[in-house]
Ligand binder design. Structure first.
Ligand code: NAD
Length: 494
């Protein structure tokens, strides 16, 4: 790009209303979106009331029932999703900048990683639209049985701020590909990118009412979607704490299906026979990338006791060199934490962690405070007891805890010793060990000699208190279909 992110930021004028029935509408109360990079307001955005959520759900329901999307030929739905993907790519700078402004990640990373991801997601599920098959099982000759996949109806999608568009895309693209209508609630901190994303969807040809966006508070708009009697499926990504509420909302309302992608406390397990250079640099990246605000962050580093000093020295050197900077700078390796409240939470967790069987060896204190922004540097705790506070609680910041193990059994026991089960990685050149450890890990995603690898063909999600249900891949489509069995009795064949 020829203009700088700063120049673009001076010119940008974000959408701020709610998207209901294909129109952006100002709702009753407006709240400021604060830029984590400097603590200043970016825009005042309408936040939905319960009544506004009702309107959005009614709009989605009307669109679903009259078939303007749900009954369209799959090839036509595909064309719209593919065009939407192209429009995201064509507007990559603007989408990336909005994410950098609203939640503090480096704009260049948002463009290279996140805009690309959401465009790929739309294109992948768009391409899938006309390749979904129903089933016609063998039955006796006097009957015909059909198993058909029918769009489930109105989908509520509630997403977090850490990957605002990736998370939205993982919900919205398969739901729309299946023929459902959607009401998306972005996180309080990150409505701006969601609104522009939605606007591009309209431009791509989404009929009005099929995709609605209700910015708003979790306990008001998120809850209203969760409790709504006319929402058929609720797909959520966020904290384990809020995930519990959604099960409760469903139980108290219409027993809607709920899918939860929740928190994590993932382990990177490094054995002495690993490629230590690659293992250590990837371990650092896995916890400091995206300011550590990542559900799959490799927040626990488990190293064999014989290589502890060497691995810790390597990871510490990377951590010390990798300092947060203005997300609008093109060489920022890390940006700012999402909000003042989150910065304070991370500070408190680091203080608490230091008191419970852990030694703070790198970072630990806020930096760049003069900017008015919320910057926290890479931070490392060493010699952490596996059941200590900092090894058990999800910080959702750039904070790593290092523990040692003696043998494979102990590595596995420590790795599995949290309430979470989202992801883990194992580093070893020994194939037998790699397979044995990955089989023993109670996680939804396991990496061997890599981290964060995967593409849209591979499902993503957790076990235990990291949730259930899967985003990405053809499995994600299953959430948005109802299976119907139709049995047709035939006359006796002559
Ligand atoms: P959060 O749970 O606070 O919020 C997520 C969403 O839920 C937001 O839209 C929020 O407004 C809404 N919400 C909050 N309170 C609510 C309530 N009472 N009722 C209904 N909705 C409510 O999470 P966050 O701080 O935005 O994101 C961080 C969390 O998300 C971390 O725990 C992280 O691990 C998790 N996460 C998980 C995945 C995954 O795929 N497993 C991916 C990204 C983030």
């Amino acid at each position: 790009m020829t203009t700088t992110w700063h120049e673009l930021a001076d010119k940008i004028s974000p959408r701020t209303g709610l998207l209901i029935e294909g129109r952006f509408q100002d709702a009753g109360e407006a709240f400021s979106v604060i830029a984590p990079r400097n603590g200043k307001s970016v825009a005042d955005v309408s936040f939905a009331s319960v009544h506004d959520v009702d309107k959005a759900v009614a709009s989605a329901r009307a669109a679903f029932e009259d078939g303007r999307w749900s009954k369209r030929a799959p090839a036509e739905r595909k064309a719209v999703l593919m065009t939407w993907a192209e429009l995201c790519r064509a507007n990559a700078d603007e989408l990336a900048l909005l994410m950098a402004l609203e939640m503090g990640k480096p704009a260049h990373e948002a463009k290279a990683i996140e805009v690309r991801a959401v465009a790929n997601t739309l294109a992948w599920f768009g391409e899938a639209c006309d390749k979904i098959l129903d089933e016609l099982p063998h039955t006796s000759r006097d009957a015909l049985a059909l198993i058909t996949r029918e769009p489930a109806g109105v989908v509520g999608a509630v997403v977090p701020w850490n990957f605002p568009l990736t998370m939205a895309g993982w919900k919205v693209a398969p739901a729309l590909a299946a023929g459902c209508s959607v009401v998306l609630k972005p996180a309080e901190n990150s409505p701006l990118s969601a609104l522009r994303f939605a606007e591009l969807g309209l431009e791509a040809g989404l009929p009005e009412g099929v995709f609605n966006v209700v910015n708003g508070h979790g306990h008001i708009a998120g809850r209203a979607l969760g409790e709504h009697p006319d929402v058929d499926v609720l797909t959520f990504t966020g904290s384990t704490e809020v995930g519990r509420y959604f099960l409760d909302y469903a139980a108290k309302s219409n027993l809607k299906r709920v899918y939860l992608e929740l928190g994590g406390k993932s382990a990177n397990i490094i054995f002495p026979d690993a490629d230590l250079d690659k293992a250590a640099s990837t371990a650092a990246w896995s916890i400091f990338f995206n300011q550590g605000e990542m559900c799959t962050a490799g927040s626990r580093l488990l190293v064999h006791e014989s290589i502890h000093d060497e691995v810790v020295a390597r990871v510490s050197a990377i951590a010390s060199a990798m300092q947060p900077a203005d997300p609008l700078s093109d060489d920022a390796a890390m940006g700012a934490l999402v909000s003042k409240e989150h910065l304070e939470r991370v500070e408190t967790m680091v203080e608490t962690g230091a008191k419970d069987r852990a030694e703070l060896i790198v970072g630990g204190e806020r930096v760049n405070a003069d900017s008015g922004g919320y910057y926290f540097p890479p931070t490392i705790f060493d010699h952490v007891a596996p059941d200590a506070y900092i090894a058990q609680e999800e910080v959702f910041g750039p904070v790593l805890s290092v523990s040692t193990f003696k043998d494979d059994a102990e590595a596995l026991a420590i790795a599995n010793g949290t309430r979470y089960g989202l992801a883990s990685a194992v580093w070893t050149q020994n194939l037998d060990r790699a397979v044995a450890i990955s089989r023993g890990l109670r996680v939804g995603v396991c990496w061997v000699n890599c981290y964060e690898e995967g593409d849209m063909t591979i499902p993503f999600g957790g076990v235990k208190e990291s949730g259930f249900g899967r985003d990405k891949s053809l499995h994600a489509l299953e959430k948005f279909f109802d299976l119907k069995s139709t049995w047709i009795q035939l006359s006796e064949p002559s």
